[in-house]
Structures are given as structure tokens and as C-alpha cells.
Design a protein around this ligand. Structure first.
Ligand code: CP
Ligand code: NVA
Length: 316
């Protein structure tokens, strides 16, 4: 249920660092309500006559399909603009692209390499910009993850999330929001693959303010102690292909297995934003009852629908 009204109309979603606990909770409540409506096949088309430009400089299955499908369910039209479809990056600047797309579209969603490209698009666009993954953050993913955790445990507050893997964009999005939601974070990354210093600073400050734990180690076994949610991701993010060999070596010992998680909370669950490779998590965990990865993938749709609705001021 939506417990209170909130006006997020016209905002960008570049990072969850810009969103308060109340705003994130509001988005999750609206996502749950949309999920209920969609499951019941209730017609709900508040975005009729609205269009979204979706810029993808990188591959995508979940983000693209959940956004395109979800926007269509709401009555809107979403255009997929792959890197070879538009002038961006070859013939035209981000500034001019943002200025032109703002004339046609009500909202812009973009998956980019450099996070500064999201800032640049948002700076010049006159319509809201949604970050659909940059090298620094992946806020849409983490909204879906929180919805999934909340569905499973009935709450976020007081839970401990352990990250075992790379100090990457997905981890950064947990780090800029988990403490606000009352969650403890225990992180294991190999030396040299730690999260960015500025993100660690935000996470530390948020943990102090909210009285939650932030623990960073290079020992995966230590990180998963007492965890309710164990999360990993690819060891080689999009754009890092040249480092693949070196990364695969550095992450030895980081595969999530039942043995690794034996000191996690007895009710621990496993999450992964996908796509997944078996070296990150073995089949025994990935396809087990503990794995909530496909609920997590499904929830990408309801959460991006909620984000589009609130940024367009169509949520109430
Ligand atoms: N998790 C996620 O963002 O997946 P895609 O790369 O398939 O969009
Ligand atoms: N960290 C991964 C997430 C993919 C959804 C990447 O950036 O490639």
C-alpha cells in the first residue's frame, strides 16, 4: 500500500545516493502495488501518449526488456536506441542528443560507460533522466533487489547483506542506499578491487547516521558471517574485457558455494543481478531454494515502472 503522497516529478534517477529512505520506500511500495495490478491483469494505462527514449551504449537483457515491456503495459511507448542506431558518440555530442531527445520524449533512460555521461545527459535534458547502469552505479537493479528482499523477509531493516565479489557499480548502489534502509553491509572484495573511495565515504557516513554495520574485508568467509542475503555479480563488468584474465585470477576463492556460506544466517538467500557465470556461484546455490535470482529479475519490471511513473508525476 502507498502510505503517503510524495512528489518526485521531474527528478532524475542518477544514483540512489540522491534519494532518501522515504523516497526509496515510496518507490518500493508503488512497485509492489504495480506488481499486484499486473498480476491481476488490471488495465492501468496512465502513460498513454508518453514516450521514453532508451539509450543503450552496452548490451542488456533485463533492463531493456523490463523497461520496454513495463512502459508499454502502462500505455506508453519506449524506443530502443542502441549504439549503432543513433548519432550519439559518432556524429553528435551528449549535449545535443539530450537537447533533441527532450523535444520528442517525456523521459530518457540511458545505459552508458562513464557515469559522467549520465550527469551530462541530465544536465542538458529538459526531461527526467534515468541511469540504466553506468560504470559507477546501477540504481534500478538495487530497487528491484530491495523489493525482492522485502518480499522474502517482509522487511529490510535489521537485515545483513553480504557482498562477495567486485567493488563495482552494483555494489556501489547498495553502498549508497543500504544503511539508509537500515541494512548492515559486509563486503568482501580482493585487494585492488575495492569499491571507490568516494562511495566508501558515503557508506561510512550513512552507517554512522543510521547505526548500521559497514564491514569491508578481503575474506569472503568473514563477510558472509551472519548474512541474511549473500550477493555477487560478474567479476568482469561490461567494458572490462581486456582485464578478464587478470580478474579471473584475482577472484579465485570468491565463488559462492554452500560451504562458503555455512556461517551465514540459517535462513540466508542468494541474489545475483544476472547475467551469471558459474565461477561466481556454483549451480548448487544458484538453482537452489535459497536462490531468489529469478524473482529479482522479474522485479526489475515493476520497479522501473514505478520509477517512470513517479518521475513523470503520474503516480497519483
Ligand atoms: N541485471 C541487468 O541489468 O541485466 P541486463 O544487463 O541484462 O540489463
Ligand atoms: N556489473 C555488471 C552488471 C551487469 C548488469 C556490469 O556492469 O557489467
Amino acid at each position: 500500500m502507498i502510505e503517503f503522497l510524495m512528489n518526485l516529478k521531474g527528478r532524475d534517477l542518477k544514483t540512489l545516493a540522491d534519494y532518501s529512505k522515504e523516497e526509496i520506500t515510496y518507490l518500493l511500495d508503488l512497485s509492489a502495488e504495480l506488481k499486484r495490478k499486473m498480476k491481476n491483469k488490471e488495465p492501468y494505462r496512465p502513460l498513454e501518449g508518453h514516450s521514453m527514449a532508451m539509450i543503450f551504449q552496452k548490451r542488456s537483457t533485463r533492463t531493456r526488456v523490463s523497461t520496454e515491456t513495463g512502459f508499454a503495459y502502462l500505455g506508453g511507448h519506449a524506443l530502443f536506441l542502441g549504439s549503432s542506431d543513433i548519432q550519439l558518440g559518432k556524429n553528435e555530442t551528449l549535449q545535443d542528443t539530450a537537447l533533441v531527445l527532450s523535444r520528442f520524449n517525456d523521459i530518457i533512460l540511458a545505459r552508458v560507460f562513464d557515469h559522467s555521461d549520465i550527469d551530462e545527459l541530465a544536465k542538458h535534458s529538459s526531461v527526467p533522466v534515468i541511469n540504466a547502469l553506468s560504470d559507477k552505479f546501477h540504481p534500478l537493479q538495487i530497487l528491484a533487489d530491495y523489493l525482492t528482499i522485502r518480499e522474502h523477509f517482509g522487511k529490510l531493516e535489521g537485515l545483513t547483506l553480504a557482498w562477495v565479489g567486485d567493488g563495482n557499480n552494483v555494489l556501489h548502489s547498495f553502498m549508497t542506499s543500504a544503511a539508509k534502509m537500515g541494512m548492515n553491509l559486509r563486503i568482501a572484495t580482493p585487494e585492488g578491487y575495492r569499491p571507490a573511495d568516494d562511495v566508501v565515504a558515503i557508506a561510512k557516513a550513512d552507517a554512522e547516521t543510521n547505526g548500521t554495520e559497514l564491514f569491508i574485508t578481503s575474506d569472503p568467509k568473514e563477510a558472509v558471517k551472519g548474512a541474511h542475503v549473500v550477493v555477487t555479480d560478474t567479476w568482469v563488468s561490461m567494458g572490462q574485457d581486456a582485464e578478464a584474465e587478470q580478474r579471473l585470477k584475482a577472484f579465485q576463492g570468491y565463488q559462492v558455494t554452500m560451504e562458503l556460506c555455512k556461517n551465514a544466517d540459517p535462513n540466508w538467500v542468494f541474489m545475483h543481478c544476472l547475467p551469471r557465470k558459474p565461477h561466481e556461484v556454483d549451480d548448487e546455490v544458484f538453482y537452489s531454494e535459497r536462490s531468489i535470482v529469478f524473482d529479482e529479475a522479474e522485479n526489475r519490471m515493476y520497479t522501473v515502472m514505478a520509477v517512470a511513473l513517479v518521475l513523470l508525476g503520474k503516480d497519483n
